[in-house]
Design a protein around this ligand. Structure first.
Ligand SMILES: Cc1ncc(COP(=O)(O)O)c(C=O)c1O
Length: 390
C-alpha cells in the first residue's frame, strides 16, 4: 500500500458530513413513507420534508415556496433555462464562455428550439468582460446564465453587477452557484438573480439532490409531468432523506453577505491560509505556474496551475493527475468536469491559452478534512512526480 490519499478535489465533490449521514440514516428508518400520503407514516415524512425546506429557506432568506428540489445542479440548470425560456418566443440566450457543460447542454437544447445563443467572452483570468455588457444585454437577449464561481480556475464572476443590469433591462438571469454555495450560504436576494442553482454534494451533503431557487414572480414551466410535487414544477415522490441531508449540510456552512464579486467573506480563514501557504510552496517548483485570477478574486479554497517540464514543455494535465493519484494526491485536471475524450480544456481555451497549455491545467481544491501536516507533504509529492516527467 502507498501513502494514504490526500483528497484535494473538493470542487469535484466532498465527503458527506457525519451529521448528514446520521440524519439521513435516521430518516430512512422513520420517514421513508410517501410525504403525499395522508396516513401517519406519510405525515411523518411530510413533516420531515417541511422542516428541511423551512431550514433551507432560512439559510437563503427566501420563502419555502421559492425552493424547488431537484436531483442536483445539472437538473436545476435545465429547469432554470428551459423552464424559463418556455415563457418566451425564441430569442437570445447569453451564457458565459466558462459555464459548466450542463449549461452548454441546456443552451444547445434551446438552440434546437430556435433560440440563438451568444457567448460572453472572458479575459485571461476567466472573468466575463464587463466591457461587453451593453452589447450582450441588448435586444433580442431575454435570458442570461452566468456561473457565480468558475470551478476549473476558481474565478468569481461579477454576478451582482450583471444581475443589476439584467433587471434594468427586463432580462431573466440564472446563476449556477454550485461552486459558490460551498463557501457559505447567503441571502439569495443579495445576488439579485432570478434563478439560482446549487448541488448538495459540493458542500458535504448527499449526492443526487440540489435546489433551484426562484425569485418571487419568475415564471417557470415544468420539464416533466406527474404527481405535481414541488409546486407542479418537478413531479416525483420527494427524497425526504436526501433533502434533509442537504438541509443539514447547509446548516453547517457559514453565512456571508456577498456585496461584490470578490472573495466571499464567509469562508473558513483556515482553509484560505492553508491554500495560500500551499500555493506559495508549489510555486517554488519552476514547473508550476498559477492560472486564473489573483488570490483575492478566486474561490478561497482553490488553486489552478499550469504544469510544464523543466525545459518549458506543457505537461498533459490528465497524465499528471494519474501520477499524482499514485503518489497519494487526489486532484483534477482542468477538463475534469466533462467526461469527454478531448483533453483540451474549454475554459483555458476561452481564456486564450494556446493548444499545449490548454491541456496542462491542474486543479487543487481544499477542504476542512486536510490538516497542515497533510498539506505539508504535498509539494514534495509534486516534486517527485514532476521530476519523473523530465
Ligand atoms: C458549476 C457546476 N455546475 C453544475 C455541476 C453539475 O452538478 P451535479 O453533479 O450536481 O449535477 C457542477 C459539478 O461539477 C459544477 O461544478
Amino acid at each position: 500500500m502507498g501513502r494514504p490519499e490526500l483528497y484535494l478535489d473538493a470542487a469535484a465533490t466532498t465527503p458527506p458530513l457525519p451529521a448528514v449521514l446520521a440524519v439521513m440514516q435516521q430518516l430512512q428508518e422513520t420517514a421513508w413513507a410517501n410525504p403525499s400520503s395522508l396516513h401517519g407514516a406519510g405525515l411523518a415524512a411530510a413533516d420531515a420534508l417541511e422542516r428541511a425546506r423551512w431550514s433551507m429557506s432560512e439559510r437563503f432568506g427566501v420563502g419555502a415556496d421559492q425552493l424547488i428540489v431537484t436531483s442536483g445542479a445539472t437538473e436545476s440548470v435545465h429547469l432554470a433555462l428551459l423552464g424559463s425560456a418556455a415563457g418566451f418566443a425564441p430569442s437570445r440566450l447569453v451564457i458565459s464562455a466558462v459555464e459548466h457543460p450542463a449549461v452548454i447542454a441546456a443552451a444547445q437544447q434551446l438552440e434546437a428550439l430556435g433560440w440563438s445563443v451568444a457567448e460572453w467572452p472572458v479575459d485571461g483570468q476567466g472573468v466575463v468582460r464587463l466591457d461587453q455588457l451593453d452589447r450582450l444585454l441588448s435586444a433580442p437577449t431575454r435570458l442570461v446564465s452566468l456561473i457565480a464561481a468558475q470551478g476549473e480556475v476558481g474565478a468569481l464572476q461579477p454576478v451582482i453587477e450583471v444581475a443589476r443590469a439584467c433587471r434594468e433591462r427586463g432580462i431573466v438571469i440564472h446563476s449556477d452557484a454550485t461552486q459558490l454555495v460551498p463557501q457559505g450560504s447567503f441571502p439569495f436576494k443579495q445576488l439579485g438573480v432570478d434563478l439560482m442553482t446549487l448541488s448538495a454534494h459540493k458542500f458535504r451533503g448527499p449526492r443526487g439532490v440540489g435546489l433551484l431557487i426562484r425569485a418571487p414572480g419568475v415564471a417557470l414551466s415544468s420539464l416533466q409531468g406527474g404527481g405535481g410535487q414541488e409546486h407542479g414544477l418537478r413531479s416525483g415522490t420527494e427524497p425526504v432523506a436526501l433533502v434533509s441531508g442537504m438541509a443539514e449540510a447547509l446548516v453547517a456552512l457559514p453565512n456571508f453577505n456577498p456585496v461584490t464579486h470578490h472573495v466571499p467573506p464567509g469562508c473558513s480563514t483556515q482553509i484560505r491560509r492553508q491554500r495560500d501557504q500551499l500555493l506559495e510552496r508549489l510555486l517554488e517548483l519552476p514547473q508550476l505556474q498559477l492560472c486564473g485570477p489573483a488570490l483575492d478574486h478566486r474561490l478561497p479554497h482553490h488553486i489552478a496551475l499550469l504544469a510544464k517540464t523543466a525545459d518549458g514543455q506543457p505537461l498533459p494535465g490528465r497524465d499528471l493527475v494519474r501520477r499524482l493519484a499514485a503518489a497519494g494526491v487526489a486532484c483534477s485536471s482542468g477538463s475534469a468536469c466533462s467526461s469527454g475524450k478531448s483533453s483540451d480544456s474549454a475554459v483555458l481555451t476561452a481564456m486564450g491559452f494556446p493548444v499545449p497549455e490548454r491541456q496542462s491545467g491542474l486543479r487543487l481544491t481544499l477542504g476542512p478534512w486536510l490538516s497542515d501536516q497533510d498539506l505539508d507533504s504535498v509539494p514534495g509529492r509534486f516534486e517527485s512526480v514532476l521530476e519523473a516527467f523530465s
